[in-house]
Design a protein around this ligand. Structure first.
Ligand code: HEC
Ligand code: HEC
Length: 310
């Protein structure tokens, strides 16, 4: 036994020496470093001691005890009582688990994320109060900054959609987007939950009494995309679309959206609900998810509405 102690002390000293040669010069007189070093010495000493004790035991110990009745191909097993320490820690973990779940850190009570969200909500409320009487120019300026941070990565700093990766916001709709909406319908909550546009099978031309045809779809899509110009397109629009979108395409509240211009309301609806269309998925910037506040949404909506006018 004496030998083990001597050897373990020697091995520990060698290991400590090696560590010291690497980090000795940075230990200095920093209290935390010194304490860490002391702890390292302690852990090393104990580990080496325990390790050597077991090596010794494997070398010298002879098995004692009663063999169990069963054996497998002559290999037997000693009768062992359940170690008390093991049993206590097993039951202890179960007790700890129940305590932790119900009292220590109840999953449904406090959380850091929850606390963070509460604080953000409080600051958002301050922000909203501060900007309660914001002017249109201020909204536009605020909208530009929000756009550059949140929207430009997809829509591009000039808002033209970066080669079709996101919608071109300098124009209300292009022909591809209009065609997509006519053929597939649209369900993006633009004018309220549950108000959607039927797909092509639900669109009839009141002048002919027939479902909208492929050719009519192409013509009317160009008509809308080109700023409502063209006699043929106007006729089809009047026959198929105007009942919901209005004769001039500026829409009606709770019936169909404005497909002629961007308005702050429309952009706000897109920001709340996200949008799925011809290009793909626009993520939502919901107020409830603490993405953009009501004022911030109105600001960026104002900015985009003004963009298209330029
Ligand atoms: C029955 C009413 C109705 C008719 C008829 C109708 N629409 Fe719509 N349209 C809607 C509604 C409602 C929405 C908004 C759906 C949503 O929230 O996504 C919409 C959305 C759209 C959109 C998508 C706007 C966007 O920003 O994504 C386009 C484009 C469109 N309509 C074009 C047309 C055209 C062109 C016609 C005629 C060929 C037409 N609609 C006929 C009700 C209608
Ligand atoms: C992850 C990329 C991404 C980000 C970020 C993003 N958008 Fe979009 N957005 C898209 C895509 C893609 C579309 C086209 C969806 C479709 O297929 O119609 C779109 C469509 C839109 C539309 C609808 C255009 C139309 O004609 O109907 C508006 C409005 C819009 N985005 C505004 C914004 C604003 C404002 C922001 C910043 C707060 C923003 N987007 C951030 C990807 C993005």
């Amino acid at each position: 036994m004496k030998n083990i102690v001597i050897v373990s002390v020697l091995v520990s000293l060698v290991l400590i020496g090696i560590i010291y040669s690497y980090v000795g010069d940075i230990i200095g007189d920093d209290m935390v470093n010194i304490l860490s070093m002391l702890a390292a010495v302690l852990i090393l000493g104990i580990s080496v001691g325990v390790g050597l004790k077991y090596v010794n035991q494997m070398k010298n110990d002879r098995a004692t005890g009663t063999l169990a009745d069963e054996n497998w191909d002559g290999i037997g097993e000693y009768k062992n009582d359940l170690p008390v320490g093991w049993a206590v820690s097993f039951i202890g973990t179960i007790v700890f688990f129940i305590w932790y779940l119900l009292a220590g850190y109840p999953t449904w009570a406090y959380s850091q994320i929850g606390e963070y969200n509460e604080e953000v909500k409080a600051y958002n409320a301050k922000f909203e109060a501060k900007h309660a009487n914001i002017s249109d120019e201020e909204l536009n300026a605020m909208g530009e900054s929000i756009f550059l941070v949140n929207c430009a990565p997809c829509h591009g700093v000039t808002a033209d959609g970066m080669n079709g990766k996101a919608a071109n916001l300098t124009q209300r709709l292009d022909a591809v987007a209009v065609k997509h909406a006519i053929i597939n319908g649209s369900n993006n909550g633009l004018v309220g939950e549950g108000l959607m546009m039927p797909d092509r099978n639900g669109l009839f031309n009141m002048n002919t009494g027939m479902p909208i045809s492929d050719e009519e779809i192409d013509v009317v899509a160009e008509y809308v995309a080109n700023g409502f110009t063209g006699a043929k397109g106007a006729e089809i629009f009047a026959g198929v679309c105007s009942a919901c979108h209005g004769m001039d395409g500026t829409g009606m509240p709770y019936v169909a959206p404005n497909i002629r211009n961007f308005t702050p309301d429309l952009v706000q609806a897109v920001l709340q609900n996200g949008k799925k269309g011809a290009i793909g998925q626009m993520p939502s910037f919901k107020t409830e998810d603490l993405r953009l506040t009501d004022t911030q949404q109105r600001a960026v909506g104002t900015y985009i509405s003004n963009l298209a006018d330029q």
